[in-house]
Design a protein around this ligand. Sequence first.
Ligand SMILES: Cc1cc2nc3c(=O)[nH]c(=O)nc-3n(C[C@H](O)[C@H](O)[C@H](O)COP(=O)(O)OP(=O)(O)OC[C@H]3O[C@@H](n4cnc5c(N)ncnc54)[C@H](O)[C@@H]3O)c2cc1C
Length: 300
Amino acid sequence: MSSTFDELRAAFRGELKENEPLSRHTSLKVGGPADLFAVPADVEDLLALVSWLDGRGIARMAMGGGYNLLVRDGGIRGAIVSLERFNRIEQVGPELVRAEAGAENLAVIRFAQERGLGGIGFISGIPGTVGGAIRMNAGAYGEGILGRTECLTLLRGKEVRDFCMADLEYGYRHLELQPGDLVLAALFRLEGREPHLTSAEIRKDLELRRSKHNVGFPSAGSFFKNPPGQAAWRLIDAAGMRGAEVGGAQVSQVHSNFLVNRGGATAQDFLELAGRVKAAVLETSGISLEEEVRIVGVDA
Ligand SMILES: Cc1cc2nc3c(=O)[nH]c(=O)nc-3n(C[C@H](O)[C@H](O)[C@H](O)COP(=O)(O)OP(=O)(O)OC[C@H]3O[C@@H](n4cnc5c(N)ncnc54)[C@H](O)[C@@H]3O)c2cc1C
């Protein structure tokens, strides 16, 4: 049977899947299908893909590890672009490491550690890719990855361009980009660090996460951002929402800012539960929680 994407398939060297269920690609294990799930082989392939999609008015969105995404049950009308094959990491100066978007956070830290460099150990326990970490300004212990980033390589429109962080706006779990921008790589400014110190940092982070974040079910980490000067989990507890459930979605009993999939949850369950949590917190504390998790796609 012929499809809209046959013409693209003929020229594309990477991987293309149609109607790909995104529940297979998200840590929450929910999400309907993407019309197209594309994994370009290299930059040339990516540029050809983007030009083909743009020429037909088909929307595109990047996906890294899917650890911070709630995809609605109707899925994504358009294309998901995975940069998993862009995963090169290289040292480009005495304290400069460049990593492509598809590289995993921990792989970048290990690469730096082997060269006696450190400074981004705080992301060692954050699951996902460099592209996702940059997009989210992922961080922990009061630090965000963009604070250690010098420049980004972006695909903006049809052009690959470098941007210094001084020219971009960013803040807590936020980076201002234009719609359709893809992060292709990031340049990190690191510092000399004995490898055993990085090992200790990674171990400490993993132990802390094991003791505090071991929620036992699929999650996307913290569901809500911490409002200024507040911890979202405390507000959720104070609103009596720890353990609240809608269908298969639950406010974790272990960490109340984690919403978990206890089995068979739909995106709609998560959306309803998140709505109830927000309403309860607003009522008890007067504070409007904002989702940290990216909510995308269309309803079933
Ligand atoms: C158990 C657990 C613990 C977590 N702990 C933390 C934590 O301590 N701190 C923290 O900050 N986060 C945490 N997270 C959330 C998540 O790991 C981070 O947000 C992570 O950076 C997401 O990376 P990803 O590759 O999975 O991105 P995805 O979830 O795939 O995507 C996230 C967003 O980035 C965009 N994106 C992805 N790649 C690109 C690209 N190349 N170009 C443009 N946009 C892109 C996507 O479109 C989406 O909007 C946790 C999650 C889990 C499951």
